[in-house]
Design a protein around this ligand. Structure first.
Ligand SMILES: [Zn+2]
Length: 225
């Protein structure tokens, strides 16, 4: 059963280990992912999952470290920005270019995966999950994925962060198992998340609480398909 708190990344029921990546994924997604991986292999690609389920605490850590300048902060085009940013609103929107609000990341569902083609990664290259990789070394893999999705052969996986859908930047590496995600979306209760923020040591807290409704409207609901 899916608990009401699942969306926030604070409840790991229904999650199972994903190998060989040693990540966690929702049980509903295991079999479709196995099929997608096998199809990719047949086409000459090595589908590797870089990120799957992410907990609230992990997303909070990313958020707070970006706010403190301990992780790189990037602008909308993916270029580094000058830190520190002292204005809470400017800082929050800069982090939101490439990181989800803790508790509102679709990765909390366990139905989302960030994928690469491990076969095309040069030696000593560290994957960053940036747009230029999708246009470069992973372009053939993404063209193949587009074709699979368009022809109904992607085992229920689809792209979700597309241009014009909300305020999240397009992320071609991110796939959603839509039917499974919908089960979680139904349980999403923003008031619960607002309450968590009130009691959490989160960067830009005043801004997040003051603009909470607009943030959920722009960064969460446009992707509830
Ligand atoms: Zn992702």
């Amino acid at each position: 059963m899916i608990d009401a708190n699942s969306f926030f990344g604070k409840n790991e029921s229904g999650l199972i280990p994903l190998q060989p990546e040693n990540l966690m994924i929702r049980d509903l997604v295991e079999s479709p992912l196995k099929n997608l991986r096998a199809a990719a292999h047949q086409a000459g690609f090595e589908l590797r999952v870089e990120s799957a389920y992410r907990s609230f605490d992990r997303q909070l850590s990313i958020w707070n470290r970006k706010a403190r300048g301990e992780l790189p902060l990037l602008d909308a085009e993916g270029n580094p920005v000058e830190t520190p940013i002292t204005d809470e609103e400017e800082l929050a929107y800069t982090i939101l270019n490439w990181s989800a609000l803790p508790g509102a990341s679709r990765h909390h569902f366990g139905t989302e995966i960030d994928v690469v083609d491990a076969a095309s990664i040069p030696a000593d290259y560290e994957v960053q999950l940036i747009p230029s990789e999708c246009d470069g070394m992973f372009a053939p893999f993404h063209q193949w994925l587009d074709h699979q999705i368009q022809s109904g052969n992607s085992f229920g996986f689809d792209r979700i962060f597309l241009p014009g859908r909300g305020k999240i930047r397009p992320e071609r590496w991110h796939l959603s198992h839509l039917a499974s995600a919908r089960e979680l979306q139904k349980k999403f209760a923003p008031e619960g998340l607002r309450d968590i923020y009130r009691h959490t040591d989160i960067a830009c807290k005043n801004f997040l609480l003051a603009h909470f409704d607009a943030l959920i409207r722009d960064y969460v609901y446009p992707y509830f398909l």
